[in-house]
Write a protein that binds this ligand. Structure first.
Ligand code: CTP
Ligand code: ZN
Length: 154
């Protein structure tokens, strides 16, 4: 196939390309990054692209933005094979695979309304990553399914 026919999403100049996202998870990745399109930055999303390694993969390209470690940590839970490519002046200057963290802080909200981390106090949420999900460090509530539904709004 010629390059013209293969290219579906254009290259970015400066920002982050999140590649090898589990097929179907791109919109959840955007939610984790707090991207809803209102900031005006260019964002490209490709879903269910053919991938040798994953069968199908999603790709998210965010112009003008690098990711925090907390964001990458939560992302790894829904897209364990993702790679984070930092692009400057059109070149990939850094490439890293996400790693499953032992703890995620500040990005998820505890579903227990009585939990100290959900009250109006300056307590950041903290979850330990366990085999069957993530466990609140304050009240031991475990989130097993649908992690994206528990992402804190920015
Ligand atoms: N990319 C981009 N804009 C750039 C440079 C790269 O959008 N200016 C994208 C590429 O399209 C690709 C990803 O960033 O989706 C990684 O780029 P690169 O490392 O050049 O590609 P590969 O070698 O194919 O990556 P990998 O080995 O991780 O599959
Ligand atoms: Zn809690």
């Amino acid at each position: 196939m010629t390059d013209d026919r293969k290219l579906r999403v254009s290259k970015i100049r400066n920002g982050t390309v999140i590649d090898h996202i589990t097929g179907g998870q791109a919109l959840n990745v955007l939610a984790i990054l707090g991207i809803d399109g209102t900031s005006g930055d260019s964002v490209s999303v490709a879903m269910n692209m053919p991938s040798d390694r994953l069968g199908k993969k999603d790709i998210v390209k965010v112009e003008g933005r690098e990711l925090s470690q907390d964001e990458v940590d939560v992302l790894s839970l829904i897209a364990p094979a993702a790679s984070i490519n930092i692009v400057r002046e059109f070149e990939v200057v850094e490439k890293a695979r996400v790693e499953r963290p032992s703890m995620v802080e500040g990005v998820l909200e505890c579903p227990n309304h009585n939990c100290i981390s959900t009250e109006d106090e300056p307590v950041q949420s903290r979850f330990a990553v366990v085999d069957d999900g993530v466990r609140c460090e304050y009240c031991d509530t475990i989130i097993r399914d649908d992690l994206p539904a528990h992402i804190l709004a920015e």
